[in-house]
Design a protein around this ligand. Structure first.
Ligand code: SF4
Ligand code: SF4
Length: 94
């Protein structure tokens, strides 16, 4: 089964409160863009992060809570926390 097919099986209880914050977009714009190619746009299995040409955006509703954000950003520029209790992804197939 492809990753996309597995992700389709997940259910989410979306929270209105964002649990992901980019600390300093200037870092994304300059240093990370030129030296690292903005790895958050590739390491996240759920494609939460995207670069719109000016800033990094995070579609936090799609987060599968894999915790890669805690180590994947070379500048520790992502403030990632677990969603509040009762919210977030719900795994049904292991
Ligand atoms: S990896 Fe970190 S510094 Fe680089 S674009 Fe993503 S959030 Fe910004
Ligand atoms: S914790 Fe995992 S799924 Fe969630 S945003 Fe970070 S890399 Fe993506």
């Amino acid at each position: 089964m492809k990753l996309e097919e597995k992700l389709y099986l997940l259910t989410y209880k979306h929270d209105k409160q964002n649990h992901i914050t980019i600390r300093d977009n200037d870092v994304c714009l300059t240093a990370c863009g030129s030296q690292w190619g903005r790895p958050c746009t590739t390491f996240c299995p759920a494609n939460v992060y995207s670069w719109d040409g000016e800033k990094t955006t995070a579609s936090y509703e799609n987060c599968v809570e894999c915790t890669s954000c805690l180590t994947g950003c070379p500048y520790h520029n992502i403030d990632w926390r677990l969603p509040r209790g009762g919210f977030g992804v719900q795994y049904r197939n292991g």
